[in-house]
Design a protein. Sequence first.
Length: 107
Amino acid sequence: MNITGTIDRPLTHDPKKQAPMKPSTNEPAGSAIEEVTTTGTTGSRQNRTREMQLIPEALARAHMHDRLHESERERRAVRLVTARRMQRRAERASLRARRALAMAVMQ
């Protein structure tokens, strides 16, 4: 049983094993290039496919790296603001204590 494939469901996905396309009778002559050389395209297509599959992973990795650094910077900034606030509070408490000691000594 010899079943031929269709355009949507080819017999094989390997371009070398597919039947060559014949020019359509509806197309005017000379509208398309007759011979197309495909030497070396399958090798570059394989590499490009693998590289293109890895691009989203690399982008996601770079994005997460940037997000982690950004969140770390924000955490450091929040800690710095908190430390400065607590330092001002401690200085005010120290001044109140000195004032209270001075008032106690004066009386």
